[in-house]
Design a protein around this ligand. Sequence first.
Ligand SMILES: *Cc1c(COP(=O)(O)O)cnc(C)c1O
Length: 403
Amino acid sequence: MHDDTKCLRPPPAEGSFASLVVPVHRASTIAFESVEDYQNRRAAMYDGYSYGLYGTPTSRTLENAIAAIEDATRAMVLPSGFAAIVVTTLACTAAGRRVLFPDTAYDTVRPFAERFLGGMGIKSTYYDPMAGAAIGSMLKPDIGLVWVESPGSMTLEVQDVPAIANACRDRGIKVAADNTYATPLRCKPLALGVDVSICAVSKYVSGHSDVVMGSIAVDDEQLFRRLKDYARFMGMGVSADDASLVLRGMETMAVRLDRTELTTLRVLDAIAGHPAIEEVRHPALATNPGHEYWKRDFCGSTGLITLFLKPVAANVLAAAIESMDQFAIGASWGGTKSIVAVLDRPPLRTATATPHDGPLVRLSIGLENVEDLLASLLPALDMIAADSKLPTSSPSQKNGAAQ
Ligand SMILES: *Cc1c(COP(=O)(O)O)cnc(C)c1O
């Protein structure tokens, strides 16, 4: 069965009533037929139903759907994408051990590693996301877990995940992937050799900017149970209402991504060589770091574009961004509506050089008509270029065409 069909999994039948929609099964208490069943309820922790926090038919249906598109045997949902990072990190390492994160990790990772993991005696080190097999030299005996995030947050470097996974497997080190950018429809990290694939379901999977949720997928039953136990020890579960929203969003994920990808490639063409821009990042651009790994390991791209701008006055940049009526200013991404985030400088790095100093603009392309998006974006870029009085670029300076 193909992924787009898997996103439309029918609900389990309930007696003589058959809807095409998975019902919202709200529960704290789950009632048992007998005292014996009640006393054995913990055996139902991983598959059946023991308490609302640990799973309902709604959340289990969602977990099965996510496992199916991740090519995993098991998946679990958590209250946020970040919760998936926390649970995975804690379950796969221990005090006295060290976690390797890519220098481009999602931004809450750094304070989490320093203040939370550090306080528990778990050390962390950052590595060059483009290291590939060269990561081997960092795999000292104290390494408990290696994270990959491909493409990386904000700067979108695509990693050589199979090379990193191989180097770790040789030494018995677990590898976890943050697959939020690609979604399980555009990349299957478990097939690339990682042990754990996490996704911020809040982004494309739910797809409507109205739910915060995360997922973890694995194909190892023991590891799954360990991760589920850690989530339980931290009191994590998801509501049936939220699970239902995500199941609804998932039904259109394949078509949303296809449309988003097309629109995004058109936007990339339209902004190529614009004099306001120092560099455009998007995995489908031949100039993007790791483009060759994207071509090898992904089956398409999505709607995040990062622009490194030429130097521009802060007030001009703010006015230009605020003039973009089709883009909401905000964090997060992957919804139906286009979003713009602005950083006055690229995020902190400690293992590698920052690619450019100038301001960074991240666009999340939504489902609007591409002409409306360009009519909103191009004049803003012109405003920025006019301020920095930069010469108009010649066509030969254009970025590599999107593939
Ligand atoms: C948004 C995001 C997260 C965190 O997801 P939340 O559901 O917002 O907690 C983690 N990783 C990446 C790459 C993200 O973009």
